[in-house]
Design a protein around this ligand. Structure first.
Ligand code: DOR
Ligand code: ZN
Length: 431
């Protein structure tokens, strides 16, 4: 299989070049190359070429939540969003806490074939926080689990977290923590602050995140383990991360597109589309997230793509499930919040959406340089593109996007997985 890209600008730098991709590998980069007979050709004039995006935090809902998303619909959303690999969180039914479930998710992802689906294994049995799951069995299974998380819930018990980090160190895997001290967030419905007080919603204090991150950094340091902090939302957590990194703790962190852009000011409508965990916080928090991402204190953007069928969202605030779609809008939100204000260039976008996530998860073939001999996991984007978000038109089975009707900059034109076009001009490939 041969693919030929003409006039693309890798990382948006320098003059346009042609790229030849054969059998999933970039075999030539140069000017004035000629397309071999039978090659699929994409005219990339005016487009920027980046390494395919890697999402460390996706909810694909299968098995058990197929009314909200399936591995097929979520993979389509991922390919259309520019992703070549996603990590599927284990809060499914059954929970992905055994080799059987993680292997099922991995296999289904391979059958769909639009994006590499890497199952995240649960840290504790049934996500119940009481008994550690068989991390070693999942790591050594055919699914080769590299990341473990109880996401949706915090591993709140310090003894369980300590043991999990010790196992992670021995197995050379990562523990991804949903940092929320549940003792401080009981009944919480919104960021603890003036908006929640005015609306009469129980508050989720930023300290519930900050204290768990501080505790876990101490535990990770002692265990010599790799800790990844999911969806950082509070400015004060950034101070903790900065200090831990300076002290040599193996800690990485992600921010979601919605915590870069949206604030709790949106809650006044009581529209549950804005309900998410951790909650939307304040304007200064979003500004702090952007700065920390630009500086590298926060390593990556991860979507926390959390599809919910309408019966879980079109209800009153208190009963609605937390979560919002993210896979098809993440890139545009990053351009809007980071590239447009001059906080990141295209190299920086490659770093936060592809290279660092691949490094954190230990994926050898993703987030690689655009160079001869490297695997062709790529995305072509149009920096001048503009589009209007319509939840109904997104590939996800659910339509709970907080960006409904918003005009966003930059479009994904084509996604390439090991030399195969998985999405082009808004359509997914038939594989
Ligand atoms: O908003 C959220 N939704 N936060 C989580 O931690 C879990 C997720 C979900 O599974 O819906
Ligand atoms: Zn979470």
């Amino acid at each position: 299989m041969t693919l030929f890209l003409t006039n693309a600008r890798p990382y948006g730098e320098g003059d346009a070049v042609d790229l030849l991709v054969e059998d999933g590998v970039i075999t030539a980069i140069g000017t004035g190359l000629t397309a071999p007979d039978g090659a699929e050709t994409i005219d990339a004039a005016g487009l920027v070429l980046l390494p395919g995006f890697v999402d460390l935090h996706t909810h694909l809902r299968e098995p058990g939540g197929e009314e909200s998303e399936t591995i097929a619909t979520g993979s389509a959303a991922a390919a259309l969003g520019g992703y070549t690999a996603v990590f599927a969180m284990p809060n499914t039914s059954p929970v992905a806490d055994t080799d059987v479930v993680v292997e099922h998710v991995r296999r289904r992802g391979e059958e769909v074939g639009l994006v590499d689906v890497h199952p995240v294994g649960a840290v504790t049995v049934g996500l119940e926080g009481a008994k550690m799951a068989e991390l070693g069995t999942m790591a050594k299974s055919r699914a080769q689990v590299r990341m473990f998380s109880d996401d949706g819930k915090c591993v709140n018990d310090p003894l369980i977290m300590r043991r999990a980090l010790e196992y992670a160190s021995a197995l050379d895997v990562v523990i991804a923590q949903h940092a929320e001290d549940h003792r401080l967030t009981g009944g919480a419905q919104a960021h603890e602050g003036v908006v929640a007080s005015r609306l009469g919603l129980a508050g989720w204090p930023a300290t519930a995140e900050e204290t768990i991150v501080a505790r876990d950094c101490a535990l990770a340091r002692e265990a010599g383990a790799a800790l990844h902090v999911c969806h950082v939302s509070s400015a004060r957590t950034i101070d903790v991360l900065r200090a831990a990194k300076a002290a040599g703790v193996r800690v990485s962190a992600e921010v979601t597109p919605h915590h870069l852009l949206l604030t709790d000011a949106r809650l006044t409508s009581y529209d549950p589309v804005n309900k998410v965990n951790p909650p939307l916080r304040t304007g200064p928090d979003t500004q702090a997230m952007r700065q920390a991402l630009a500086e590298g204190v926060i390593d990556v953007v991860a979507t926390d793509h959390a599809p919910h069928a309408s019966q879980y969202k079109d209800t009153e605030w208190g009963a609605a499930k937390p979560g919002m779609l993210g896979l098809q809008t993440a890139f545009s939100v990053v351009v809007h919040t980071m590239v447009e204000p001059g906080l990141l260039d295209w190299r920086g976008v490659a770093r936060v959406l592809s290279e660092r996530p691949a490094e954190i998860a230990g994926l050898p073939d993703q987030g690689r340089p655009i160079a001869e001999g490297e695997p062709a996991n790529l995305v072509l984007v149009d920096p001048e593109g503009v589009w209007t978000v319509r939840g109904e038109k997104l590939a996800s089975r659910s339509s709970n996007t907080p960006y409904e009707g918003m005009r966003l900059p930059a479009t994904v034109v084509a996604t390439v997985l090991r030399g195969r076009v998985t999405a082009k001009d808004g359509e997914v490939a038939h594989v």
